[in-house]
Design a protein around this ligand. Sequence first.
Ligand SMILES: [Zn+2]
Length: 268
Amino acid sequence: MTTLPVHDVYAIRYAEQKERPEGSTFLGGNPATMIRGLDFFTYLIKGPAGTFVVDTGFNSDLSGEGSRNFLIEPRDVLSRLGIERKSVKNVLLTHAHFDHVGNLDDFPNAHFSIHAEEMYSITGPDMTYGPFMVAYHARDTKKLVELLYEERLSFYEDKVCSVAPGIEFHLIGGHSRGQMALRVHTRRGWILLASDAVHLYEEVKTERPFSIFYDLKVMIDGYRICNELAGGLDRLISGHDPKVTDWYPALAPEFAGVVLDLGEPPKI
Ligand SMILES: [Zn+2]
C-alpha cells in the first residue's frame, strides 16, 4: 500500500490553434495539408507540499501569430480557482520555449526552477543555430537571467529530480536540450505531464517525430521513455494534443474547456 502523498492536478487550457500545416507538425509532413492544430496548457498541482504552477504559457501579445488564439490569461484562471498570482511560491518550468515561459512577471513572489541543460542551451552556442533557436524568445531568456541574478531561479542537474514527495522531474531532452517531463502521484496513481516531450499522442503511437527538435534520436527515445514512465496513454498527458481537452472532464461546468481535472480517468 502506497504512502505517497496525493495531488490534485489540473490542466489550464489558455490558448488554441484550430488547424496547422502537417509539415509544421510532423517531420516530413506535407506543408499544404492542414490538420487539427494544438491546444496550449499550463498546469496547477496542489498537494501537501503546497501549490506548484507548471509552465506559464505564452504572452498574450503573441496571439494571432501562427494562427494561435489566446483564450484567457493563465493568471486569471488561477484567480478563479482561488489562487492569487502573488501568493504563488513555486513555478516549475518544463523547458524554455516561448509558449512555456512567457508571463514570468505574473508571479512576483515565486521561485522558478528549470533544468540546467535548458539554461546552457538558451544562453550559449546552441542559439547560433537557427533551427534550435526557432521556438525561443529573447525577452523570455533575458527574464530568466534576471531571475537568476535575483536569486529566484534554481536548476535541476540530474536525470531524475525530486521536487517534493510524489512529484518528480525527469530529464527527457530531444525536443529541447533540457526538456523535462513531470511525474505526479494523484488519486488515480502516477500520471505523467509529458509537456513537449510528447506534443501529440500520435508521436507515441507511431513514433512519428514532431517537426521541432534538438536531437531526433533522443526525442524518439523520449516517446518510449514517457510511455513507460506514464504506464500507458491513459496516464500520459501530452503537452499540446487537443485530445486532452476531449478526454478529460472539466473541474466544474463553469470551467468547461478551460480547467481539466487530470486526476480523473480520461474517456478515451
Ligand atoms: Zn517546446
